[in-house]
Ligand binder design. Structure first.
Ligand SMILES: Nc1nc2c(ncn2[C@@H]2O[C@H](COP(=O)(O)OP(=O)(O)OP(=O)(O)O)[C@@H](O)[C@H]2O)c(=O)[nH]1
Ligand SMILES: [Zn+2]
Length: 361
């Protein structure tokens, strides 16, 4: 049996969303049980006999790999998993407003007595890093991947067309979650539009970001991606159809994930990948493929804080007349003056304004 160090219970006892099970709701049961739990959360957690990492989701079950599988390099992209449900009550070291469980989470669970391939998740350990957005349905923080070192922010140079605004949101989210951003421009085998060439140069040279130019057709940049993932956990995020799954397959040299052509009519992907999945690289390290997201609303951010994530504004900000300055309407704003002089591209500033506005809603 795997052993693991128990941390004292820190933050919250969560009630799961109400889900109908056998006539009553998990929520009702949870309320009943959480009174006992408040007295002794450690006792609840002590029922877990295994620790492991969530590597995927299948038919509403969380796929959990045992922690001991991590003591040596993985020779296969995946090892056997326990198919787990989240217990009626799950304790967590994370905040109440964020997703209870996400791919990449380290959890403590108890295998089902008559079938140890099944199990119940009882506790979620504190996330060291996370990539998150505001969930479109509820105003909750949706964690797309937890405990990741790097995020490959995947955009295609064309088909679907490059969205600067989406990349700017990705960059803010990565920094918020303490995840190192790697900007990936995929499909460089296709003709690269002029404005995308300019954007590539700007993000690489002006913002000093690590930018990879890749093609799953010509093989450009694949070795670079693989080496960036070595020994690290990396998540691929991006709109549907930009080629995230094709990049995962190219990094492994085998077909692990389904890839589908984009809709020519709408120039959009077809949302082929529906759940996040973690795969181990033979060199050590892992890649998490995620479903394509058209919307990337930022969470846990005040509009006034946004400018601090736009690092090309940094040299100008101290010269704004009014501090704090939102760089939207204030007179003698040094950031707007820099935009007027062409030192900050207008598209980048426009992207700032749009995000600023969306954060005010
Ligand atoms: N020309 C070209 N096409 C590519 C490249 N990479 C992927 N594609 C194509 O782009 C389409 C979409 O690829 P996917 O890997 O399914 O895209 P995805 O980002 O995983 O999409 P979702 O799973 O829907 O989020 C497929 O037709 C791929 O063959 C590339 O480097 N060059
Ligand atoms: Zn200003």
């Amino acid at each position: 049996m795997a052993t693991f160090r128990r941390k004292p219970h820190r933050k919250s006892i969560l009630r799961r969303d109400a889900v109908r099970i056998e006539g009553d709701t998990v929520e009702e049961r949870s309320i009943a049980r959480s009174t006992q739990l408040k007295k002794d959360p450690a006792k609840h957690r002590a029922r877990a006999t295994f620790a492991g990492r969530i590597v995927g989701v299948a038919s509403s079950l969380w796929l959990v790999e045992e922690e001991r599988a991590y003591s040596q390099p993985h020779s296969e992209p995946f090892t056997p998993t326990h198919e787990c449900i989240a217990g009626g009550v799950v304790t967590t070291d994370n905040g109440e407003s964020e997703s209870l469980l996400a791919v990449g989470d380290w959890v403590e669970f108890a295998p089902t007595p008559d079938d140890d391939r099944r199990g119940v998740i009882l506790h979620v350990r504190q996330r060291q890093t996370k990539l998150f957005r505001r969930s479109p349905a509820e105003r909750q923080v949706q964690v797309l991947a937890a405990n990741v070192d790097r995020a490959f922010l995947v955009h295609s140079v064309t088909l679907p067309h490059f969205s600067r605004r989406l990349l700017d949101r990705h960059l803010v989210a990565a920094e918020q979650g303490s995840v190192e951003p790697i900007v990936v421009f995929n499909k460089v085998d296709l003709p690269i539009p002029r404005e995308v060439e300019d954007a590539i140069a700007y993000y690489r040279d002006r913002l000093g970001l690590r930018v990879c130019l890749t093609s799953t057709i010509s093989g450009d940049g694949i070795a670079e991606l693989r080496s960036l993932a070595e020994g690290a956990t990396c998540v691929l995020v991006g709109a549907s159809g930009v080629g995230k799954s094709a990049l995962v397959n190219a990094c492994f040299g085998i077909s692990l994930q389904q890839v589908r052509s984009i809709s020519r009519k709408y120039e959009r992907g077809r949302h082929t990948t529906t759940n996040a999945r973690l795969f181990h690289l033979p060199v050590g390290g892992s890649l998490i493929d995620t479903p394509g997201l058209r919307e990337f609303a930022l969470a846990e951010l005040h509009p006034e804080e946004l400018a601090f994530y736009f690092h090309d504004f940094d040299p100008y900000y101290p010269q704004c007349k009014y501090l704090p300055c939102t760089h939207t309407h204030e007179p003698e704003c040094a950031v707007r003056a820099a935009v007027e002089r062409g030192e900050i591209p207008y598209e980048r500033y426009e992207s700032y304004l749009l995000i600023f506005e969306s954060l005010q809603q």
